[in-house]
Design a protein around this ligand. Structure first.
Ligand code: SAH
Length: 259
């Protein structure tokens, strides 16, 4: 969805600094959050206790992005729509109290917005890029939300195999490959939530075989429009049997020869 290239010379210094905003800046961000969430049937997530955290996250992202390129999306209204609101569309698919992982979380999407509004879930953010994860952890601490991190490639995280009630992912890989990264981490009876764009139905067709081989079945597929950002599709695959031990394969194999 977005390009998240790192500046070669950049260093993460975490998100510890408090961003001081004028009253006017705060008021305009608050009203953007209210409007954009309301336009997308997410109005309840703009309640004051959440809105204050979204404002802080917005300013941490913007100030950290000035140091190194965490996300290609940099305008406040775009961040609120394409990162915050989009991430929150996943919330309704996560069961109460679920032990959840976000595979390839990048700068913290969907995991950080989900943690803000879902204090009931226990979130692990997984990414192969340490400096993005350092930002995610520092932001979670500054926002006072519960989140742990796992640095490394999802397909190599054997210690996390079949440990999660729920695994979600956005903008990481085409669905057949993504299933091989994510489904091995889901416990039997748990679910994988794939957040996709306009290509969702084509990707779902292409992934039918992978979903079956990896021990899952599709339990729902919802398509909707995210106000000005275009079509979205959320696919939920329920794990019905253990993933065969030979999966996941190494990334080069997954990519070259997707299931
Ligand atoms: N989910 C975020 C970031 C998308 S960019 C968002 O929607 O904004 C893709 C991210 O996935 C990058 O941060 C990259 O480091 C990570 N990634 C790609 N393949 C991965 C893998 N096999 N295991 C763990 N992280 C991976």
């Amino acid at each position: 969805m977005d390009k998240t290239e790192d500046k070669k010379d950049g260093h993460s210094e975490g998100a510890k600094e408090q961003v001081v905003l004028s009253e006017d800046q705060r008021a305009s961000v608050t009203s953007l959050i209210k409007d954009i969430f309301a336009q997308n049937s997410l109005g309840s997530f703009a309640a004051p206790e959440y809105a204050a955290k979204f404002e802080n996250l917005l300013h941490m992202l913007i100030s950290e992005n000035e140091k190194y390129n965490l996300t290609a999306i940099t305008e406040p209204a775009d961040i609120i729509l394409r990162h915050f609101a989009d991430s929150l569309t996943c919330s309704g698919y996560i069961p109460s109290g679920a032990v959840t992982a976000d595979v390839g979380c990048g700068a913290g999407f969907p995991c950080l917005p989900l943690c803000i509004v879902r204090s009931d879930i226990c979130m692990t953010a997984i990414d192969s890029t340490g400096k993005k994860l350092a930002f995610v952890k520092a932001a979670a601490d500054a926002l006072d939300v519960k989140l742990s991190i796992h640095e490394g490639r999802a397909e190599q995280a054997s210690e996390l195999r079949e440990r999660f009630d729920c695994v979600c992912a956005r903008a990481v890989a085409p669905l057949p490959a993504l299933c091989e990264l994510c489904l091995p981490l889901v416990r039997v009876g748990g679910r994988f939530i794939a957040m996709k764009g306009a290509s969702a139905s084509d990707e779902l067709r292409a992934a039918a075989n992978a979903i079956k081989i990896l021990g899952a079945r599709v339990s729902s597929f919802d398509e909707f429009t995210l106000s000005d950002a275009g079509k979205r599709g959320i696919i939920v695959a329920e794990k019905i049997s253990n993933t065969p031990a030979k999966y996941p394969r190494m990334w080069a194999k997954i990519k070259k020869d997707p299931l």
